[in-house]
Design a protein around this ligand. Structure first.
Ligand SMILES: C[S@@+](CC[C@H](N)C(=O)[O-])C[C@H]1O[C@@H](n2cnc3c(N)ncnc32)[C@H](O)[C@@H]1O
Length: 216
């Protein structure tokens, strides 16, 4: 199960995202960062290259923990390339990177906000256990943003097939994706439980953002 080159090389990943989002790449992390108050703590599950932290949250005195299965991403958050380093910043906040397989049943680190960007599709066909674990770890809110328009839906079998391979995090090809209907159906369970605070499209409709309350 070969990890995609894009998941091993942060600059390549960010370059690809910029191309795919056609200028909407910054907007998607801006939309999420705008919801995080200054001096909060954030746990970012499947953090990738931690663009959210480096481009936005570090300017808001946010203590940040990035978790990802791919070491190349997490290493960016630590000084010495260590697997697990808790760096104290000059403003008193901390930044932590951990290699973490979110499919393992370990409790997630706690934070005011537990977030996941563009990664819930990795947990299909059953995304509920991971979201429930995020809710258990959040003191205030869980925020998810998820692509609902995808290259895997392309009518061109070459593009669709390539897209499945390029998102292999090391655990196998990733054939499943959300679309608007599937995301709405996923959210219905949390809506029924009174957890959904808001949900709306971002990045020119490519992604859907939703905020879930952690405490009822
Ligand atoms: C599409 S990228 C999104 C990265 C980042 N959140 C962003 O929005 O730019 C998906 C991320 O999920 C990570 N990932 C996939 N499966 C995982 C797992 N089981 N545990 C932890 N991270 C995982 C990948 O390594 C990759 O960084």
């Amino acid at each position: 199960m070969t990890t995609s080159i894009f998941y091993q090389t942060p600059w390549l990943y960010e370059g690809l995202m910029r191309v795919l989002y056609l200028g909407g790449y910054k907007a998607r992390s801006e939309a999420l960062a705008a919801l995080i108050p200054e001096r909060s703590s954030v746990v970012d599950l499947c953090c990738g290259p931690a663009t959210l932290y480096f481009k936005h949250l570090r300017f808001k005195q946010v203590s940040y923990t990035g978790l990802d299965i791919n070491r190349a991403f997490v290493e960016r958050l630590s000084w010495f390339g260590s697997e697990r380093v808790r760096n104290l910043q000059p403003d008193g906040t901390t930044v932590t990177g951990m290699v973490w397989d979110a499919t393992a049943d370990a409790p997630l680190p706690k934070g005011d906000y537990v977030i996941m960007q563009a990664s819930l599709y990795h947990f299909l066909p059953d995304p509920y256990p991971i979201v429930d674990r995020m809710l258990a770890a959040a003191e205030k809110y869980v925020i998810l943003t998820e692509p609902v328009r995808n290259l895997t839906d392309s009518k061109n079998p070459l593009i669709a097939g390539l897209s499945r391979k390029l998102t292999n995090p090391g655990t196998g090809d990733q054939p499943n994706r959300f679309n608007e209907k599937r995301f709405k159906e996923f959210l219905a369970r949390y809506r029924d439980k009174g957890r959904v605070v808001e949900s709306y499209p971002i990045a020119a409709g490519r992604e859907q953002l939703c905020v879930l309350r952690a405490k009822l």
